[in-house]
Design a binder for this molecule. Structure first.
Ligand code: AMP
Ligand code: MG
Length: 288
């Protein structure tokens, strides 16, 4: 049997190293078709994805089990990307493979009237994962420096200080025991067009289509600028961004699965020891 924690040999480099945002990287230069660090191809994906989903689910269960024994740590996956980048697919095909008992999913859309009456981090704090849980943010507090900036929903004097504020917020979370995995998902404009077109062709996909998606496409240069500022200013040692090319869904799913596995392995967990005498319990059970 292979050692379960060995990086699958199809990866030449660990995704957390390979995909980590580095100062100087330009969003405009990101190749959304690329498959960085992966030596295999699409035909390798189904088997590998199934294997790694199993490994991820096992580690997730271990995180949950440890919380029952008092461990307060948690993990937060932050998914940011333009429409059609595949955030929903990550939730369904990657996170969906583990026990829902230990997962807290939250998508962030246009804020409600109540949410708008509070500080922008109010709704985010309420959605943070409890001890032992994996929180999944489908969009996040970063919308408050992305769509908000691009559409001038608040003046620059309001969004500008948010970068530092978000860094301080994430530092606080990390200090309290939450490992944050931030993933910026990049799809090219051409591929996005194909995916939007498919949504318009298929009745089972209409629900994913929003006429406003076209307006966002038109603002792609402004979004590139906003994504650049987000990466430049909020990729920290304690909560770095990872850049995931998403034109090939099979690749983005494999890569993000590895990012999650690597983050959970970093917690150096083992199964919690019993807080009872196993042999004595076996004897008691045999007797009844
Ligand atoms: P979707 O993820 O396709 O359901 O779309 C949700 C929409 O809500 C996207 O267009 C987001 O940009 C938008 N959204 C998310 N957060 C905010 C926010 N804080 N302010 C304004 N719009 C937001
Ligand atoms: Mg959408």
């Amino acid at each position: 049997m292979t050692e379960p924690d060995a990086l699958p040999s199809l990866w030449s480099h660990e995704p957390r190293v390979q995909l980590r945002f580095r100062a100087g990287v330009k969003v405009a230069d990101i190749d959304a078709d690329a498959t960085p660090g992966f030596r295999g191809d699409k035909s390798d994906a189904p088997t590998l994805q199934a294997e790694r989903n199993t490994r991820f689910a096992e580690l997730q269960e271990m995180l949950y089990a440890n919380s029952r024994a008092g461990d307060t740590r948690s993990l937060l996956l932050v998914l940011q990307g333009m429409d059609t980048a595949g955030k929903g697919g990550i939730v369904k095909h990657v996170v969906g493979g583990c026990n829902p008992q230990g997962v807290q999913y939250r998508s962030f859309g246009k804020p409600t009237a109540e949410e708008l009456s509070h500080h922008y981090l109010w709704r985010v704090r309420k959605a943070l994962p409890a001890a032992g849980h994996i929180g999944v943010f489908d969009r996040s507090h970063y919308e408050d420096v992305l769509i908000v900036r691009v559409h001038n929903l608040v003046p620059p004097g309001v969004w500008e200080p948010r970068y530092d504020e978000i860094n301080a917020f994430e530092r606080e979370l990390v200090s309290a025991g939450t490992t944050i995995v931030k993933v910026a998902m990049f799809v090219s404009l051409d591929e996005q067009k194909k995916r939007l077109a498919e949504r318009l062709e298929r009745p089972d996909k209409y629900w994913k289509y929003n006429p406003g998606d076209i307006d966002e496409r038109l603002k792609w240069p402004a979004y590139q600028q906003a994504y650049q500022a987000m990466l430049d200013r909020t990729s920290t040692d304690y909560a770095p961004w990872h850049i995931v090319p998403c034109n090939r869904k099979w690749y983005s799913r494999l890569a993000i699965t590895e990012l999650l596995i690597e983050a959970l392995k970093g917690l150096n967990m083992s199964w919690p020891p019993p807080d009872f005498d196993v042999e004595a319990e076996k004897k008691r059970l045999a007797a009844v």
